[in-house]
Design a protein around this ligand. Structure first.
Ligand SMILES: CC(C)(COP(=O)(O)OP(=O)(O)OC[C@H]1O[C@@H](n2cnc3c(N)ncnc32)[C@H](O)[C@@H]1OP(=O)(O)O)[C@@H](O)C(=O)NCCC(=O)NCCSC(=O)CC(=O)O
Length: 311
């Protein structure tokens, strides 16, 4: 364990623009203006008391600039992802599905362990920040770019590229691929990279919620891949946690919206990023509620009818 020493926060981390017309959305989406005014440090005061040797981002200035300069390539990756899915689906049409049982266990198991470790380490930041600094600073002042939470935020962004691999398993095993799945994977990648570019402060809640949901989801998929059929209440619980995450995302974004527009206070989240958050969380909430109704209510009714007919 290493004691942390923090240098003064460099100016490029003070990324914020206080007001923006909706009409300028597309222009501003690509403009990470540096917030200067009288606020010299938009990073949270809370710091982890210690970190493990690997838990610090090397050259955070370099990565921040890279994200700012090339964030739109997350859209390129998403488009390529979509084309590759379609091509592999075509390729698989005349072929038998691959079994991939062991790679699937390893894949989901590794992502489950990663998500659990990340939840344990990352959760310290929003919880302590809420306790020490209160709600406003927690949603509006991002973590220090050299702190442990920044490392897990960076790992979060990278994991969104890795997770595109989930889809490869589905299509190579010729399992049904639903819109929710690939829309979710592509949209989350774009939003995460855009947020990484401007160090979105409320991201500490978005990230924590997703790490928690993924700890449950990948554990569920690991156990399923091993061959256990889990009771329905387990999958219902996972879907409920995912849906609550989306609704809470809308709520947190609304809080930031109020801080920025009604109270006119500085906040480390641009309006463009905030609008993206609304679009993504609202569509996810809608799709997950629809998934819940179709999977657990409609299908249950259909199955009940079928069993009655057989009797
Ligand atoms: C309970 C759920 C987690 C899973 O519902 P499913 O309908 O997919 O559950 P299921 O048991 O029928 O599994 C479907 C098949 O996909 C296999 N499968 C295995 N690993 C997978 C993986 N990493 N991603 C997607 N599917 C996977 C399962 O083993 C199973 O194969 P077999 O048929 O052989 O048993 C649900 O809440 C859900 O998220 N459904 C949406 C579908 C989805 O793709 N979700 C992941 C991305 S959304 C996400 O990640 C949200 C978030 O950010 O929190």
């Amino acid at each position: 364990m290493i004691d942390l020493e923090y240098p003064d926060l460099p100016e490029e981390f003070l990324v914020h623009e206080p007001e923006m017309a909706v009409a300028d959305f597309w222009k501003e989406l690509n403009t990470f203006t540096i917030y200067r005014s009288n606020h010299t440090d938009m990073s949270s005061k809370y710091r982890y008391p210690f970190h493990f040797p690997y838990e610090q981002v090397e050259w955070p200035e370099y990565w921040t600039h890279l994200f700012q300069e090339y964030w739109y390539h997350s859209i390129t990756i998403s488009v390529v992802y979509f084309i590759v899915i379609k091509l592999i689906q075509k390729f698989m049409e005349p072929r038998k599905p691959f079994n991939l049982r062991y790679p699937l266990i390893l894949w989901n198991g590794a992502l489950a362990l990663f998500s659990i470790a990340a939840t344990i380490r990352f959760s310290v930041d929003p919880i302590r920040s809420l306790y020490v600094e209160g709600l406003y600073r927690t949603i509006c002042y991002s973590c220090h770019p050299k702190d442990v939470a920044a490392f897990w935020s960076f790992a979060f962004a990278l994991s969104k590229i890795v997770e595109l691999g989930d889809t490869m398993f589905i299509i190579l095993r010729k399992r049904p691929l639903i819109f929710l799945h690939y829309y979710h994977h592509a949209a989350v990648l774009i939003y995460t990279v855009h947020s990484g570019a401007e160090h979105t402060a409320a991201g500490r809640f978005y990230i924590l919620m997703n790490y928690i949901a993924h700890s449950l989801m990948y554990t569920y998929y690991t156990v399923s891949a091993i061959g256990y059929r889990l009771p329905k209440w387990v999958s219902m619980t996972v879907t409920t946690v995912q849906t609550v995450q989306m609704l809470a995302g809308v709520g947190i974004s609304y809080l930031v919206y109020r801080v920025k527009t009604i109270y006119n206070l500085p906040c480390q989240q641009s309006m463009a990023n905030l609008y993206l958050a609304f679009v993504i969380y609202i569509t996810f909430a809608f799709l997950f509620i629809q998934f819940f109704i179709n999977t657990y209510i409609r299908n249950a009714k259909k199955n009940a009818k079928k069993t009655k007919k057989v009797e």
